[in-house]
Design a protein around this ligand. Structure first.
Ligand SMILES: *Cc1c(COP(=O)(O)O)cnc(C)c1O
Ligand code: SF4
Length: 346
């Protein structure tokens, strides 16, 4: 068992804890309780240790969450539109999402599934059996994406069972995990967990991380254990005002990820979940940041900036664009430093 570098306090899970930890004022007790009813509160010990610039705002409840706006959606990315059964979403022909649990190790205040996570817990066995039966009967599916909640909150015993059962599906090429655990609870990345991933299919892990200050020494060690076990690592980041919505913060994050052998995969435009208005930039702001980063960073360090189109229509890159047609066969291309050049299709 890898030992944590410092003793871990317990997680903060409610108004009393927030006040005891000095994260909220005693006179805000009722407000924090109210916010905890809107969306569960949980800050893991590792993230308590990382509190500060770029981290606190992700996890500390804020009165602004009560500001619900008409454009906000309880199912912002349309998971329910393509739901096959409980826990299973099939939107693209070749891959499905399996919600193995709705539990997380931390509850991120901007969560796009905040109307669903934190409530039901682990997917019941009967629903899991139905999902597996669907997968066996649907050979077009080549990849199962485990998300939640956070699938790595499952015990090593449950993970071993789940991976063993998924690995019996003959047409699967890959099992992909989307998780925050390596960063927010690195002590859970144990040899027992890694052993569960030892299946014939490729196991990929997409780590959700939003700021370089989250990548503590323990988190970096957990990422090393994963790469040492042969798990390719990608990252997903949500563009968040007050957390990382500037080129310097994202440059620092993407460089830190590359140093730790994680390929930045997606930068998500913040979805229209209720109570998240204060976190959302405009798309134009996001594009300006991406333009700045293109001139500064290695191509390997640049994620794709994506929007999950509300209504369940899927994720698409949202720029910035570098190409504009002038007349048929004639293009104007912008270079990484903003200069225009003409290109003619032969
Ligand atoms: C995001 C998502 C995927 C995965 O999309 P990729 O572009 O392959 O990362 C698959 N299914 C659903 C329903 C999704 O929301
Ligand atoms: S870990 Fe993921 S699913 Fe859980 S609260 Fe954070 S963003 Fe939402």
């Amino acid at each position: 068992m890898p030992r944590p570098l410092r003793p871990l306090p317990r997680a903060v899970t409610g108004a009393d804890d927030l006040i005891a930890a000095g994260l909220a004022a005693p006179q805000d007790h009722a407000l924090m309780q109210r916010l905890g009813q809107e969306f569960r509160i949980r800050i893991s010990p590792e993230m308590l240790g990382a509190m500060g610039q770029g981290v606190t705002a992700q996890f500390l409840p804020d009165a602004k969450e009560l500001d619900h706006r008409p454009e906000q959606l309880s199912d912002p990315i349309g998971d329910d539109v393509h739901r096959i059964g409980k826990g299973l979403t099939h939107r693209y022909p070749d891959r499905v999402i399996l919600h193995a649990t709705q539990t997380c190790e931390v509850y991120c205040r901007f969560c796009f599934r905040r109307e669903k996570v934190g409530e039901e817990g682990i997917l019941p066995e009967a629903d899991l059996q139905a999902a597996l039966a669907y997968l066996h009967a649907t050979p077009a599916v080549r990849e199962v994406i485990l998300t939640g909640g956070d699938p790595l909150t499952l015990s090593p015993r449950r993970l071993t069972d789940l991976f063993a059962r998924l690995s019996e599906i003959p047409h699967l090429d890959a099992i992909r995990i989307h998780s925050r655990i390596p960063v927010v609870a690195p002590e859970r990345v144990t040899p027992q967990m890694l052993a569960a991933f030892d299946v014939p299919q490729a196991v990929w892990l997409v780590v959700h991380t939003n700021h370089a200050n989250e990548l503590t020494e323990n988190a970096r060690a957990a990422l090393r254990r994963l790469t040492a076990a042969g798990i390719p690592l990608l990252s997903q980041t949500v563009l968040l005002k007050g957390v990382n919505a500037d080129a310097d913060s994202l440059e620092a994050l993407f460089r830190a990820l590359i140093r730790n052998r994680v390929k930045p995969y997606y930068l998500h435009h913040c979805d229209l979940a209720p109570g998240t208005h204060h976190f959302r930039t405009t798309i134009a702001e996001g594009q300006a940041i991406m333009t700045a980063l293109r001139g500064r960073l290695s191509g390997t360090a640049l994620p794709t900036y994506v929007l999950d189109i509300p209504g369940g229509h899927g994720k698409v890159p949202i720029g910035p664009g570098y190409l504009e047609q002038t007349v048929a066969g004639q293009w104007r291309v912008t270079d990484p430093y903003g200069q225009s050049h003409l290109y003619t299709d032969p």
